[in-house]
Design a protein around this ligand. Structure first.
Ligand code: C2E
Ligand code: CA
Ligand code: CA
Length: 731
């Protein structure tokens, strides 16, 4: 039998390419031989591994050491296959996973003699996806606890710290609250994972640790990979970190009504680590749970939904856009290895949906998602980015020809007919790709460029790699952008109105104003197409002011005819950041004599991502003048409970994607229900949009939803058709 030391170059190359290596472990001698590539993969410099099993165990995560030994020692006599996964602490602090499979050899007395097998690194995307799922289920567990908010505070805190320590695999997790004057920070619970015990708590004083206190009050999350030298936590070193052996800290602030009232602190003892974005996100959610408990509100259901929503696509079970972006950001930060980002989009999906129904469209997406998953090479990832768009990440894509080869395989998989309920459906997919690092150093640029490539792909070859020389020439968009300037200036953008009704008595309470543009050459352009262009080109402000002027005049006209309606207009996120916008809006209202309380502004959660303080300040100012606010598309964005409770909003608008399909999807219906309850708790009106049938309306009624809007009542219609609609609903 050839030994590993005679390992040939061919095998070695194949193993290296798949991030794998082979080993022979002689159990009784406590020695192990690793193939050279496995040594390298595990981070041993050439020739530095001494062949002792203990040296290898040393680099394993302590929790996995015993498990490895036990898997051999206590293997039942008839077992010959050893299969396990272990973690090692990577050189840059991140955890790497290895899958191990080996054959267990025994002597005549059936004692284990050797294990010969293979170790392969689990691709980072798989690890990241697993981590995300385990974090989600940890939060669900916490929230599903029988009314965690009604437990005595100490018990609730203990459950939280234990759960967080297990999920993030850190030694110490503690919950701290500030004193009223913010001069001291008192620890209320400290969990020590290795002892599985809760320990004595201490108090920190602001005058001793001014920088640390300052950092805590300023940010939502502090992710510190080496605390003893980081400027934010250095002060703690002498009396605290050094003494306890703490290397890395992840702190998430506990906030109430926008104010930081405490912090959940995760502390790593031993080798330091970097905190991934999804770990930071998880920590922030844990802090949100503490806020909820302190508030004593029953909002578990909503939080559960928000967390689920946050990373996950409900239909296909694939990760979603947020996860995809986070994953890419993490990857760029942690290792600069090349990858390709591919966007795939189905060509006739809208037609299938419109002519054959959403149900069939959904089935198609699920099937295609599975097909793509099966084709993924090692180290790559797939997510559903929304609608009929998928995102793929391909690690080490090789030459442009090789990448085109992958793309062709994906396209073939999409093009194979799908049989849904007896109907054979054939769709074509278009793919656009961009390369890291050639085409961009951050996610947004890479996504945008892949999108440009996709746009070109649609017009001919169905697959394109980003080509900078073509970027300026996306003809339709450029034409539209150019023509939109004129359209806005000359009032070619018109307004359609869609009624909103009170569910209880079927009366019209108001209308939503929606922009319409009939292009002289291309015909009616979807707002989903031209609004983003306006947002890109600074046209959004004049466009919104134009909408406002039209709406004001229309309000007057209806008023004179005896209809005093509330009118809502949509506000793009950046409008809340726009200098002087509040004044411009208020003065427009004064000019045309529309009372501010007849106007509602629909804003989305995206408005609060970048600079929540500024957005909130603009809203506050307008709200003080009597203007109403509605939170649009609720549920699709990245909801933060903390922001929600601070916003001066009057209405929550449940996004149509939940409402439209709630009849046949109990999960959606549960989300709609819990959102209605949340609205009730917060004293908000809840509007369901996308009400397309009487069944949906009935169901909303039983859930005690207040208001509804949708094709069941009316499409968005011209202003002159509104009075007839009002008269018809009265009778
Ligand atoms: P939105 O604010 O969520 O507006 C509701 C959209 O849902 C409208 O599409 C409306 O026609 C559609 N809709 C209403 N009821 C139903 C229904 O029962 N079923 C279905 N399938 N759809 C329904 P529209 O008019 O195409 O507007 C699309 C988006 O464009 C709006 O979404 C809004 O985000 C944006 N938008 C439109 N006008 C403006 C504007 O003046 N300013 C800004 N910033 N955005 C605008
Ligand atoms: Ca809206
Ligand atoms: Ca909406």
């Amino acid at each position: 039998m050839p030994t590993l030391s005679q390992d040939n170059a061919f095998l070695n190359a194949a193993l290296t390419a798949t991030h794998a290596g082979v080993f022979e472990w002689r159990v009784q001698a406590r020695t192990i031989t690793l193939s050279p590539n496995l040594e390298a993969l595990l981070g041993f410099p050439p020739g530095r591994f001494d062949g002792r099993i203990d040296s290898l165990l040393d680099i394993l995560n302590p929790h996995d050491r015993d498990q490895v030994l036990a898997s051999v020692k206590s293997a039942p006599p008839d077992q010959t296959l050893i299969e396990t996964e272990v973690r090692i602490n990577g050189t840059s602090g991140q955890t790497r996973w290895f899958a191990i499979r080996g054959e267990l050899q025994r002597d005549a007395d059936n004692n284990p003699v050797a294990v010969i097998g293979m170790a392969q690194e689990v691709p980072p995307v798989v690890v990241s996806e697993r981590r995300m799922r385990s974090q989600q289920s940890a939060l669900f567990d916490l929230l599903a606890e029988d009314r965690i908010d009604s437990l005595p505070l100490d018990d609730a805190f203990q459950r939280i710290t234990e759960k967080a320590a297990q999920t993030l695999d850190v030694e110490r997790v503690s919950i701290w609250l500030f004193s009223d004057d913010k001069r001291t920070l008192q620890c209320h619970d400290l969990y020590l994972k290795s002892r599985n015990d809760h320990a004595q708590c201490i108090v920190l004083r602001a005058d001793e640790y001014p920088r640390y206190f300052d950092a805590l009050s300023k940010s939502r999350a502090l992710a510190v990979s080496y605390a003893p030298t980081d400027h934010r936590t250095q002060e703690l070193n002498e009396k605290y970190l050094k003494f306890l052996g703490i290397s890395s800290m992840l702190e998430a602030s506990i906030r109430r009504k926008g104010e930081t009232i405490g912090v959940v602190c995760h502390e790593q003892v031993g080798p330091s680590r970097t905190w991934t974005l999804d770990e930071q996100h998880f920590a922030a959610s844990v802090a949100d749970v503490v806020t909820l408990i302190l508030e004593g509100h029953e909002r578990e259901k909503l939080l559960k939904h928000i967390e689920y929503q946050a990373m996950h696509d409900r239909l296909t079970g694939l990760p979603n856009r947020l996860w995809f972006r986070n994953m890419i950001e993490d990857r760029i930060r942690q290792s600069p290895r090349p990858f390709a980002l591919i966007l795939a989009d189905l060509d006739q999906f809208k037609e299938i949906n419109d002519t054959l129904g959403h149900e069939l469209g959904d089935q198609l997406l699920v099937e295609l998602g599975q097909r793509l998953t099966e084709l993924l090479p090692i180290g790559s990832a797939l997510a559903r980015l929304g609608g009929d768009e998928f995102g793929l990440l391909i690690e080490n894509p090789g030459s442009p020809e090789q990448l085109a080869g992958y793309a062709a395989t994906f396209r073939q998989a999409l093009a194979r007919p799908v049989v849904c309920r007896g109907v054979r459906l054939a769709v074509q997919g278009s793919l656009g790709a961009s390369l890291f690092p050639e085409h961009g150093a951050d996610v947004s640029t890479l996504m945008r460029r892949a999108d440009v490539a996709l746009y070109h792909a649609k017009s001919d070859s169905h697959y394109r790699l980003y080509d900078p020389s073509k970027d300026r020439h996306t003809p339709r968009r450029l034409t539209l952008m150019h023509d939109l300037v004129r359209a806005v200036e000359q009032g070619e953008v018109t307004v359609a109105y869609q009624p909103k009704l009170e569910i209880d008595n079927n009366s019209v309470i108001g209308v939503e104003a929606l922009a319409r543009w009939n292009h002289p050459e291309f015909g009616p352009i979807d707002p989903e197409e031209f609004i983003p262009l306006a947002e890109l080109s600074d046209l959004i402000r004049p466009l919104t002011l134009h909408m406002l002027r039209v709406v004001c005049a229309q309000w007057q006209e209806w008023k004179n005819a005896g209809h005093d309606l509330h009118i809502a207009i949509n506000l793009s996120p950046q409008m809340l950041m726009s200098q002087g916008w509040a004044e411009a809006l208020l003065s427009q209202l004064v000019t045309c004599g529309m009372p501010p309380d007849r106007l509602e502004l629909e804003v989305t959660e995206t408005a609060f991502i970048h600079d929540p303080e500024r957005a909130l300040a603009t809203m506050e100012e307008l709200a003080q003048h009597g203007i109403n606010f509605g939170l649009d598309d609720f549920g699709v964005g990245f909801s933060s409970l903390t922001h929600l409770s601070r916003m001066p909003i009057d209405t929550l608008k449940i996004d149509k994607s939940f409402v439209q399909k709630m009849i046949r999807d109990p999960r959606l219906s549960a989300i709609v229900h819990s959102t209605i309850q949340l609205g009730e708790n917060l004293g908000l009106q809840v509007v369901a949009e996308g009400v397309e049938s009487v069944e949906i309306l009935q169901k909303l009624k039983t859930m005690r939803c207040h208001q509804a809007q949708g094709f069941h009542f009316s499409q968005p219609i011209d202003a002159d058709k509104i009075p007839a609609f009002l008269n018809q609903t009265k009778t």
